[in-house]
Design a protein around this ligand. Structure first.
Ligand SMILES: Nc1ncnc2c1ncn2[C@@H]1O[C@H](COP(=O)(O)OP(=O)(O)OP(=O)(O)O)[C@@H](O)[C@H]1O
Ligand SMILES: [Mg+2]
Length: 338
């Protein structure tokens, strides 16, 4: 599942982010990240998904060299971190859990400070960079307002603007839509897609499954500091096909036939039956090879019901969401770990 595709090896031999056995145990003894092997292909929009407390921010802090790993290592843009921080970090824009802002400065002046702190930034073009960044995150109108008067969503946008002052090869965004209203979330998603089209690799964490499904090409799922799975979003969702759902006035007979065809966990509610389809063979999600031993053919299953005298009102699979994937992989709900 995490095999590099031809596409991402062609673009660059190195992954944008690669970790080996990356582990963080905090001083109090909390094992926040455990033996993480992550591979983020260049050019991907990579969703780092996990419930609250699953180790996302801790991982990001290690990637950026803000905290030390207890063991294991990480490469960012092909270079070891934190050793190569000085050469790597200028190519990486980051937004990590609430940017450090000066409340008494305006949004624009906060950006000016960030820009001035960057030794590679030419002061003569500073104003232009700041205007462009403000415009990209939709803060132009509020640029003169003091940052302490910003809402959480506006602060989040300002943090994002600071990450966008320079063209970046990689953006690392920790919960970029945190605190935003639905409109703001849509804007950030659009922005992320635009940045990705320009060739920037975007690594974003989220505990919102929908968000990851909508904007990401790849995802990794974390639970309690451990990596549960990683791959393309299409693969992850395909690996957990939705449940079969049949509506019929003949539920008893339908259940018998479905059972014969390997459907399990059947639940009957009046005229509606749902069940788990036999597991899908590993392989390309779209079309199983003709005639090969593959997943159960839904058309045949439907035909079997009809041949068996079952009157079928509706027949299909419910779309699997990443949440289904998470629950099926961990056997747990998508809740905060204790
Ligand atoms: N500075 C710290 N000292 C001790 N424990 C910490 C520290 N920071 C985080 N932890 C613990 O490490 C675990 C992982 O926390 P982390 O902040 O990485 O999770 P997260 O996935 O980013 O969660 P969220 O979705 O809430 O942002 C949690 O159990 C948390 O309590
Ligand atoms: Mg976090």
């Amino acid at each position: 599942m995490d095999q590099p595709s031809a596409q991402d090896t062609a673009a660059s031999p190195a992954a944008a982010i690669e970790t080996r056995g990356l582990t963080k145990r905090y001083r109090g003894g909390q094992l926040a990240v455990s033996s993480l092997d992550l591979r983020v292909p260049r050019g991907s929009v990579f969703g780092f998904l996990g419930p609250n407390g699953s180790g996302k921010t801790t991982t990001i802090r290690m990637l950026m060299g803000l905290i030390e790993a207890s063991s294991g290592g990480a490469r960012v843009l092909g270079e070891p971190m934190p050793r190569a921080a000085r050469t790597v970090l200028p190519k990486v824009g980051a937004l990590i859990e609430g940017p450090a802002l000066y409340g008494f400065l305006s949004g624009r002046d906060n950006l000016a400070r960030f820009d001035a702190a960057d030794p590679t930034a030419d002061p003569r073009s500073r104003a232009r960079r700041i205007d462009a960044a403000l415009d990209r995150v939709g803060l132009t109108a509020a640029a003169g307002k003091k940052a302490r008067a910003y809402s959480l969503g506006m602060k989040q946008r300002l943090g994002l603007a600071s990450a966008l002052l320079q063209p970046r090869e990689l953006l690392i965004l920790d919960e970029p839509t945190n605190g935003l209203d639905p409109q703001g979330m849509r804007e950030i998603r659009t922005l992320v897609r635009e940045l990705a089209e320009d060739g920037t690799t975007v690594f974003l964490s989220s505990h919102l499954l929908d968000e990851i499904e909508q904007v990401c090409t790849h995802a990794a799922v974390m639970a309690q500091g451990r990596l549960i799975t990683q791959g393309t979003v299409a693969e992850l969702v395909a690996a957990s096909r939705g449940r079969l759902a049949v509506t019929t006035p003949d539920p008893a007979e339908a259940v018998r036939i479905l059972k014969e065809h390997g459907v399990t966990d059947l639940v009957v509610q009046d005229e509606r039956i749902t069940g788990e389809l036999p597991s899908v063979e590993a392989g390309p999600p779209e079309e199983p090879p003709q005639g090969a031993e593959g997943p159960l053919d839904l058309a045949e299953l439907n035909a079997a019901l009809v041949h068996g005298g079952v009157r079928v009102r509706s027949f299909g699979t419910e779309r699997a969401s990443l949440e289904d994937v998470f629950v099926s992989l961990t056997g747990e709900g998508f809740d905060v770990a204790g």
